[in-house]
Design a binder for this molecule. Structure first.
Ligand code: CA
Length: 202
């Protein structure tokens, strides 16, 4: 949020509620903070001085970040909101906003995220978060090795074990063993589910 009056007001209020708040007034800073600060929730303005807020949410999702994003913007047309949701936002509040509603929505998103974490839900599998999971997400979050990432990508594209073996120049049995590991690590039961998880759809 680049309007300091709004940004600092929100910061103060959220801190009074016991939240730790990091403030970014530019898109580039917001994207950097997403990595370093690891927020549990992002409140995102659209009109930022360097780049559009839409770019921020799109980049976060492309990186495989599942952090809830609430867009807070003066752009109130349905098309603006739909674009935000399509890019992976979780909620949208228009300015001027009532503090009561905004803070209730923030609390609801945090509750939902906590519930999802408690049930071990993998947020990127949600159909509201389209786009392929980044390789680093597959490695860091799911613990796949570099070779297993290659196998997962090819499985997701619908290749058979033999085709994958030929592509990667390894034996059929090596691929079969990697495939079992990939399914186990991703927590899915079938090869088809790998495609759904990596590339969306069902
Ligand atoms: Ca702004």
């Amino acid at each position: 949020e680049d309007t300091l009056e709004i940004a600092e007001g929100l910061q103060q209020h959220l801190e009074e509620q016991g939240h730790e708040v990091a403030l970014a007034t530019k898109a580039a800073h917001a994207l950097a903070l997403a990595c370093s600060f690891r927020p549990e929730l992002v409140v995102l303005d659209l009109g930022l001085p360097d780049r559009d807020g839409y770019d921020v949410v799109e980049q976060l999702r492309a990186r495989g970040e599942s952090v809830p994003v609430l867009i807070l913007s003066a752009r109130g047309e349905e098309a603006d909101k739909l674009r935000g949701f399509r890019l992976g936002a979780d909620d949208y509040v228009t300015k001027p906003f009532g503090g009561g509603e905004l803070f209730a929505r923030i609390a609801a998103l945090l509750r939902r995220a906590a519930r999802a974490a408690a049930f071990g839900e993998s947020a990127p599998a949600s159909p509201s978060r389209p786009g392929p999971l980044a390789d680093e997400t597959l490695r860091d979050r799911f613990g796949l090795t570099a070779r297993q990432v290659d196998v997962a990508r090819l499985l997701g594209e619908g290749h058979t074990n033999q085709e994958i073996a030929d592509r990667l120049g390894v034996s059929y049995f090596t691929v079969r063993s990697h495939t079992e590991q990939v399914l186990a690590k991703l927590g899915v039961a079938s090869r088809a589910a790998v495609g759904a998880l990596l590339y969306g759809g069902s």
